[in-house]
Design a protein around this ligand. Structure first.
Ligand code: ADP
Length: 336
């Protein structure tokens, strides 16, 4: 991608907040290009929803402007705006007794006449949107019979039926189990590949790391933005929760609780998979792994033979053998 390529959304010196309260975000400049996927990250209450609503022209910024294709978003006529940008809000009230088809057809509103008559092209776009999110067999099912994951997919289909080049989604993966979460993210990723620009907010760095090109991180009333990994190198993720009792673990690419280090361990063995689980167990107990053997801390030798696993713990001249990590970790907490 040409770095000079114009931003399709530009935040120009914007500050947002609610009248009478301190501003949530001050003097921010950021942008997104065609076909990019941006993950908007920040603590609860940092202003993610408010920013998305501001981009969607549902709220005016306190200062600065949001440009969509070089035009101030709030000046674009409503009908025209609805053909450029669609927004899937969290907890959007949906009419429960509509079928999937009827709900998705609402997305055609910028194209249908005032009583909303569906023409053949609209019908095809509705079916295409339903197919895109993998809900073909649900067209006639009432929305109130769907699971949370299915519902979310239908809400995205409604936005797709709107045929916009920009899509905003507020916490699209909240409350979903892991397979559903990745299902949604895959849908978004395919959208991106089809040339749309997507901004989605999430608490979840794991999903952001897998698919986003860029992150906008709201931190201390500013937005730090950049390539997902560039921000990692700059320790931006570690900074977000620096005052909380958690820290960002770069190896695991996720936040983990702060722990007082209990000591070191020398770990070796013959099965990579079993060693990984062993490492996880001892880290959970608060140990760090040292690559060198020493009498100052315990040694764990892992041995796997056929289906049988064994852990041999040696410390201060005593050696004990275990056949499960559960027993081994219980022993470790007693001896050290
Ligand atoms: P996030 O999406 O990051 O959790 P929000 O944008 O929903 O954050 O909210 C940011 C802050 O603005 C919160 O402290 C919230 O209580 C406050 N807020 C949200 N809506 C309003 C409102 N209509 N009036 C005043 N304050 C609001």
């Amino acid at each position: 991608m040409n770095p000079e390529e114009k931003h399709i959304i530009s935040l120009e010196d914007i500050s947002i907040g609610y009248h009478g309260y301190d501003e949530l975000i001050t003097q921010v400049n950021a942008g997104i290009r065609k076909g990019e996927m941006v993950a908007l990250i920040g603590k609860n209450g940092s202003g993610k929803s408010t920013l998305l609503r501001t981009i969607a022209a549902l709220k005016k910024p306190a200062n600065g402007k949001v440009l969509i294709e070089n035009r101030v978003n709030t000046t674009i006529p409503e009908q025209e705006f609805a053909k450029i940008l669609s927004f899937v809000e969290t907890g959007t009230t949906i009419v429960e007794n509509l079928t999937v088809y009827e709900l998705v057809s609402i997305g055609r509103h910028p194209y249908t006449n005032w009583w909303g008559r569906i023409k053949e092209r609209d019908h095809n776009k509705i079916l295409e949107a339903i197919g895109f999110v993998g809900m073909n067999n649900f067209s006639n099912v009432p929305v109130n019979r769907l699971s949370d994951g299915e519902r979310q997919r239908v809400m995205i289909a409604r936005a797709l039926a709107q045929e916009t080049k920009l899509l905003l989604l507020d916490e699209p993966t909240a409350f979903l189990d892991l397979p559903n979460k990745f299902e949604i993210i895959n849908v978004l990723h395919r959208l991106k590949k089809s040339g749309k620009s997507v901004v989605f907010s999430t608490h979840d760095l794991e999903t952001a790391f897998l698919f986003a090109d860029k992150c906008w991180v709201i931190h201390e009333n500013k937005i730090v933005h950049g390539g997902v990994e560039d921000l990692g190198i700059e320790n931006v993720y570690g900074e977000i929760f620096k005052d909380s009792n958690i820290q960002f673990n770069e190896e695991e690419m996720k936040f983990i609780p702060n722990r007082v280090l209990k000591g070191e361990i020398y770990l070796h063995g013959n099965s990579e998979s079993v060693l990984n689980w062993t490492k996880r167990a001892v880290i959970r107990l608060g140990y760090s792994i040292n690559g060198n053997i020493s009498s100052a801390y315990p040694e764990i030798k892992q041995e796997s033979l056929a289906e049988n696993n064994m852990w041999i713990v040696s410390f201060q001249g005593n050696t004990s053998k275990f056949t499960s990590l559960y027993d081994m970790t219980r022993h470790l907490t007693k001896i050290n």
